[in-house]
Design a protein around this ligand. Structure first.
Ligand code: SF4
Length: 160
């Protein structure tokens, strides 16, 4: 089993109530019965649509350590929601004993290769979002829609 960002399955969970659908092309080759859709921001209690958020002065691991915050574009502190959503995603990962998580890159929750720099100017920087970082800290591999995608032949060997 794998967690997957709900928006990659076409669910309209993004901050602007959009999704990537009906399926991300890379995800479609994974059997649906192997995928558990999660949206950490919704699991953290944020509404949809919502204002976009970015990690300020750090990355996901810094948020977990209490050394950085997540602010929305109105400069409201939504750190608590992101931490709660990450904890709920980890709970599901452990409950289902997932082999990994396939998460949407660039998101302040789900990003695994890059996130945005907190200036809301579209500037990227290497790093992970809060949920991706918490999963990785708990030894759950995080893939994304572009890279390190688990191919079907690997999944067939996976008994979980
Ligand atoms: Fe998609 Fe993750 Fe953002 Fe939810 S938090 S909309 S699953 S990228």
């Amino acid at each position: 089993m794998y967690l997957v960002s709900a928006c990659l399955l076409g669910l309209k969970t993004r901050f602007d109530a959009a999704g990537f659908g009906p399926f991300c092309e890379n995800i479609i080759t994974v059997p649906l019965e192997k995928l558990i859709p999660v949206c950490p921001e919704q699991l953290g209690g944020l509404s949809t649509p919502r204002l976009p958020s970015e990690i300020v002065d750090g990355r996901g691991e810094d948020v977990i350590k209490g050394e950085a915050k997540v602010l929305n574009s109105a400069q409201q502190d939504v750190t608590e929601h992101f931490l709660r959503g990450a904890a709920n995603a980890l709970y599901l990962a452990k409950l289902y004993r997932v082999k990994g998580a396939i998460l949407k890159d660039g998101s302040p929750s789900c990003g695994s290769c890059y996130i945005y720099d907190g200036s809301f100017s579209g500037k990227r920087l290497p790093g992970t979002g809060v949920a991706a970082a918490l999963l990785q800290e708990n030894k759950i591999p995080v893939f994304n829609e572009q890279k390190l995608f688990p191919r079907p032949h690997n999944i067939k060997k996976d008994k979980r």
